[in-house]
Design a protein around this ligand. Structure first.
Ligand code: NAD
Ligand code: MG
Length: 336
């Protein structure tokens, strides 16, 4: 599917924000045939990048005025102010308001204007991958949802946008704002970002505290993880089991459940409850409004962890890394 897919609408699109997701969406949609404008604060950190990529860049207020569809791709915590100060007063009647994560709408931080269609298209991968997969003719699976359908075509708008991103080449799954928001937050907290990094740090600390060389500990618990995750990606846990030794398999069966046990799962359920009842979002908004005091402390501690020191030295020998690495934006850490 592309923009020219019969029966799907072809809205003019304004992308607000040009970070991880914004840049990937803007480039993919333009190449799929959409008319794309970028809305950014004049002099902001990504304005030069959007211009260098050949986009017409306007202030967010100007950029959204004529758009049929406005995609809000700024960090989640600035979306409420952006919506009430800039988008709501300037978007045209009956336009489509699109998010890549449902947090602000689902938890009521934004109550969109009655006349707007409100939809969600969330690629299940970081922006750099959304772009890279599109360029090589593939796509990242996308989930999409409709919160408010005033035109009667809200779902078609979401499908058209998701197809333009390349998501239809992989898979498109219909969801709700509630399901996307809660599963996305849970995944990044318990497994992908929080769970995985804490598992790696704890494994590294255990080996180093027992007197083993940090370099060997790094390769063992961080570097090799990629090889395992690649096998998960290609063929699930079954594929990993096909590739590892019998000894590794036996160790997996007897020791995996000692690391992740019923108590861990009970704590995962607590995390999910905090997400579902809004406790997590309430705390995150308060943290953001207080100027991120704990966020900054936690981030500093992660960046100073001994595994980062040894990792930096070891990765400097992997010359291929520098060429392929996507460039993160400064604010990306807030929104996985
Ligand atoms: P980002 O931090 O990478 O980029 C943010 C962009 O918004 C930058 O261009 C920044 O200059 C701009 N910006 C910041 N404040 C602004 C303002 N007040 N007005 C206009 N522009 C402003 O953000 P991201 O990680 O791409 O996240 C964007 C959205 O996509 C979020 O809703 C996030 O939850 C969602 N999402 C992100 C990922 C991911 O992998 N990063 C994956 C799926 C969904
Ligand atoms: Mg997320």
């Amino acid at each position: 599917m592309t923009a020219s897919t019969p029966n799907l609408p072809q809205p003019t699109i304004t992308i607000v924000g040009y970070g991880s997701q914004g840049r990937a969406h803007a480039l993919n949609l333009r190449e799929s045939g959409f008319d794309v404008t970028v809305g950014l604060r004049p002099g902001g950190p990504t304005e030069a990048k959007a211009k260098a990529d050949g986009f017409l860049v306007k202030s967010p207020a100007e950029a959204v005025k004529d758009a049929d569809l406005v995609a809000v791709l700024t960090p989640d915590m600035v979306q409420k102010t952006l919506y009430y100060d800039v988008l709501a007063p300037n978007m045209k009647q009956g336009a489509v308001l699109l998010f890549a994560h449902g947090l602000n709408v689902h938890f009521g931080l934004i109550e969109p204007r009655e006349d707007l269609d409100v939809v969600l298209v969330a690629p299940k991968g970081p922006g750099a991958l959304v772009r890279r997969e599109y360029e090589i003719g593939r796509g990242v699976p996308c989930i999409y949802a409709v919160y408010q359908d005033r035109s009667g075509k809200a779902e078609q708008f979401a499908l058209s946008y998701a197809a333009g991103l390349g998501g239809a080449r992989a898979n498109l799954i219909k969801t709700t704002f509630k399901e996307e928001t809660e599963t996305d937050l849970f995944g990044e907290q318990a497994v992908l970002c929080g769970g995985a990094s804490s598992l790696v740090q704890a494994g590294f600390e255990t080996l180093v505290e027992a007197g083993y060389q940090p370099e060997i500990a790094y390769y063992e618990v961080l570097h090799e993880l990629k090889l395992i995750v690649d096998l998960f990606y290609e063929g699930g846990i079954t594929r990993m089991l096909e590739f590892i030794s019998e000894t590794a398999q036996y160790g997996d069966y007897v020791s995996g459940p000692r690391v992740i046990d019923a108590a861990t799962k009970a704590r995962m359920k607590d995390i999910l409850t905090d997400i579902q009842d809004g406790t997590f979002t309430k705390n995150w908004v308060a943290e953001y409004e207080a100027g991120l005091p704990n966020y900054k402390k936690f981030k500093q501690a992660d960046m100073e962890h001994p595994i980062e020191v040894v990792g930096k030295q070891l990765r400097s020998k992997m010359v291929w890394l520098a060429e392929n690495a996507p460039k993160p934006t400064s604010q990306q850490a807030a929104a996985a």
